[in-house]
Design a protein around this ligand. Structure first.
Ligand SMILES: [Zn+2]
Ligand SMILES: [Zn+2]
Length: 369
């Protein structure tokens, strides 16, 4: 069933105009929901590292577009066919998060389980502004959720700044864990996580919850402190503290799994070279152009290594991330990861604050009515 909605007040979105240019507010007075679509009022959004890359011109994107893909909101309108990821009908008033991708579920890539590479892929916070789907990013008052999007319901008691990053960082971490689990078990094994940003910290917490002994690597002392708070046994500066002596001093074996969440070329290289026999390197942080990295093919062969890339995630990963957060938000310091929050109308200022890197995340909240 199709429905055309005219909202008061009119939904607004912040349209990015290109690197170095201020956002412009656009009004979207008519929202047309097709079968399976829903409209969500955004409660809170966070600025992901990839938003900063795009806003800074470090990766290609065609303006104008509405950035933002980490957010939580409440359903304000729905169609009969709109459902949560578990098939339950979506109801007005549901507090929800949703996945970053819209996939068709029928093309050859979707049928291979690679929905994040769907031939008809659309991504929230990444698409050039077009008529009919203007509300497609998190930096807006509302989001138009399309059929083919994974949606999960979240508890009322979890603070919004904790929930917003689940739809990118935490779900990506869940995908990285699932990918490694498909290749080798991690219980009781040494696992190294490079990069203690939002994705890395979530990987640390999830790996610890699955019985791994985690060593974190990050050049920033504050991030190393966070890594320990999220369960890492040891947190090292990869520049000044060599890994191998630290592992033997702690009585740990060579890592069986390394998660590379920083994207730094040196960290990518060492995430492969550090592995023990049968080790698995999961690369997840390299999401903007970077120099090529040399590998030692003989070591890959002789040590029977596996190197695997993880980009975005599947519906099951959003579900795993949601239930992980439901279980751990009040025992792990996820709230400490979101620094200041600014109103939507001050998005340009908020992006500048986020660029400084002082906080893992900067938040965006609605302007007061
Ligand atoms: Zn993101
Ligand atoms: Zn598809």
């Amino acid at each position: 069933m199709r429905s055309i909605l005219n909202f008061v007040p009119t939904p607004l979105a912040m349209a990015w105009q290109g690197p170095g240019q201020p956002h412009q507010v656009i009004a979207v007075p008519h929202v047309q929901l097709e079968a399976g679509d829903a409209l969500v009022e955004i409660e809170y959004a966070t600025i992901c590292g990839s938003d900063i890359h795009t806003a800074s011109g470090h990766r290609s994107a065609t303006a104008p577009l509405v950035l933002g893909h980490e957010q939580v909101g409440r359903v304000v309108a729905t169609t009969d066919e709109a459902v949560l990821s578990d098939g339950t009908p979506l109801v007005v008033g549901d507090r929800v998060i949703w996945g970053v991708i819209v996939s068709c579920g029928q093309c050859s890539l979707c049928l291979r389980g690679l929905n994040q590479k769907c031939e008809a892929l659309r991504k929230y916070g990444h698409e050039k502004l077009g008529r009919g789907w203007e509300l497609n990013g998190g930096f807006a008052t509302h989001a138009h959720i399309l059929s083919g999007t994974a949606i999960t319901k979240v508890s009322e008691q979890i603070p919004a700044p904790i929930l917003a990053p689940v739809s990118c960082a935490t779900a990506t971490a869940a995908a990285a864990l699932r990918t490694s689990r498909e290749l080798t078990p991690m219980t009781g094994k040494t696992v190294v996580v490079s990069g203690a940003g939002m994705v890395g910290l979530a990987i640390i917490a999830m790996a610890v919850s699955q019985g791994a002994i985690v060593v974190a690597l990050d050049p920033h002392v504050e991030r190393r402190k966070l890594a320990v708070k999220f369960g890492a046994l040891i947190a090292l500066d990869p520049i000044t503290e060599p890994l191998a002596p630290a592992l033997s001093q702690a009585g740990l074996e060579a890592p069986l799994i390394s998660f590379e969440a920083s994207g730094a070329p040196g960290a990518v290289k060492s995430s492969i070279s550090m592995l023990g026999i049968g080790g698995v390197a999961v690369l997840v942080g390299s999401v903007s152009p970077s120099p090529e990295v040399g590998i030692d093919p003989e070591a890959v062969v002789r040590k029977l290594l596996k190197i695997v890339g993880v980009h975005n995630y599947l519906t099951q990963d959003l579900e795993a991330a949601t239930s992980f957060m439901e279980n751990s938000w009040n025992t792990l310091p996820f709230a400490d990861l979101v620094g200041p929050s600014l109103p939507l109308s001050k998005l340009d200022e908020a992006i500048e604050v986020a660029k400084s890197g002082a906080d893992v995340r900067v938040g965006i909240h609605p302007d007061p009515a």
